[in-house]
Design a binder for this molecule. Structure first.
Ligand code: PBG
Ligand code: ZN
Ligand code: ZN
Length: 350
């Protein structure tokens, strides 16, 4: 026996698959491309506003008059889709979120503008009431005076699901009429997907507007910067009675299956990084549906904070995070990194 022979002969090596950049790249089932990116944008009712959002590095609230010059360079770099959030600073908020579908609401004006000026861009509108209600919750509330103190404290019956779904349907239809090609209800009320889908079909939007359901949306600690940006912090309680508990794999599976049965065109998992297992569940439960994930405000802020603290390099970590989403089965990524990725995807491949 020669002295350099191995006790256990190597049958195969894995390293044969990754000793060269191209071989590493070929290990992916799918690569991030520009059309998989959807950019979340905040539109205010101050027409000339360009206001820095401190907790979301580089992100701003945009007034309608500034939108064209903001988007034009991104569209030139390959931006394909946006999701719009309204930030009414002057409109009168009320208990039913009336400004959500007021004809002059920023999301409707922005949808019309983008459809007109950037016909190649797909416009999704987030459908929710929290930015528009005086109480800051995502739906309409019950008459709290009819609840016992214990019920109020537990918040178990605070949201009126039926009234909220009716409202969500009205708002979704208003956005479809304004030209939205996707409506994305994020309120989490039960039955909203079926109600919205039916309303779209009944009103002739069945083949002009898709429904993207925030199916598995968890009550996360990572929405803080968004709520600051959108002015949608609830003024009492929290959202734990209508968003999924972070430990609830079973509820997430049921919500995904239900939304499929109610006619959702796209499914979504939100937040993204801590919920890769749920993405994989969604992929397996609904293999024929496009699957989105939302890398939320807190994830974006966290990745920036770590990079600023010298823990890692931002670009490398941003790619690593999104590669995880694709590996888990996502086909669309909502991320505040979209403008960065449009640049990064053009840079030299690593
Ligand atoms: N309708 C609620 C909504 N719409 C978008 C986000 C969060 C998005 C983000 O953090 O980037 C949330 C979460 C919440 O406030 O509960
Ligand atoms: Zn929302
Ligand atoms: Zn909401």
């Amino acid at each position: 026996m020669s002295s350099d022979s191995l006790a256990v002969p190597i049958q195969s090596t894995l390293a044969g698959g990754y000793f060269h950049p191209l071989l590493r790249s070929l290990q992916a089932e799918r690569h991030l491309t520009k059309d998989m990116l959807m950019y979340p944008i905040f539109i205010t009712d101050e027409p000339d506003a360009v206001v820095e959002i401190k907790s979301l590095p580089g992100q701003k609230r945009w007034g309608i008059n500034k939108l064209h010059s903001f988007l034009a360079p991104l569209v030139a770099k390959g931006l394909r889709s946006v999701i719009l959030f309204g930030v009414p600073l002057h409109m009168q908020k009320d208990s039913r979120g009336s400004p959500a579908d007021d004809p002059s609401t920023p999301v409707i004006l922005a949808t019309q503008l983008i459809r007109r000026e950037f016909p190649g861009v797909v416009v999704a509108c987030d459908v929710c009431l929290c930015e528009y209600t005086d109480h800051g919750h995502c739906g309409e509330l019950c008459d709290v005076s009819t609840l016992t103190e214990a019920e109020q404290a537990a918040q178990a019956k605070v949201i009126d699901n039926g009234k909220s779904v009716k409202r969500m349907r009205e708002v979704a239809l208003a956005y479809a009429r304004a030209g939205a090609q996707i409506v994305a209800p994020s309120d989490m009320m039960d039955g909203r997907i079926g109600a919205i889908k039916q309303a779209l079909v009944d009103n002739g939007f069945g083949n002009r507007c898709s429904v993207m359901s925030y199916s598995a949306k968890f009550a996360s600690g990572m929405y803080g910067p968004f709520r600051e940006a959108a002015g949608s912090v609830p003024n009492f309680g929290d959202r734990k009675c209508y968003q999924l508990p972070p430990n609830a794999r079973g509820l997430a599976r049921r919500a995904i299956l239900r939304d499929v049965s109610e006619g959702a065109d796209f499914l979504m998992v939100k937040p993204a990084m801590p919920y890769l297992d749920i993405m994989r569940e969604a992929r397996e439960l609904a293999p024929s549906h496009p699957l989105a994930c939302y890398q939320v405000s807190g994830e974006f802020a966290m990745l920036h904070a770590g990079a600023n603290a010298g823990v890692y390099e931002l670009k490398a970590m941003a790619f690593e995070s999104v590669e995880g989403f694709l590996r888990a089965g996502c086909t669309l990524v909502l991320t505040y990194f979209t403008p960065d990725f449009l640049d990064w995807l053009d840079e030299d491949k690593q």
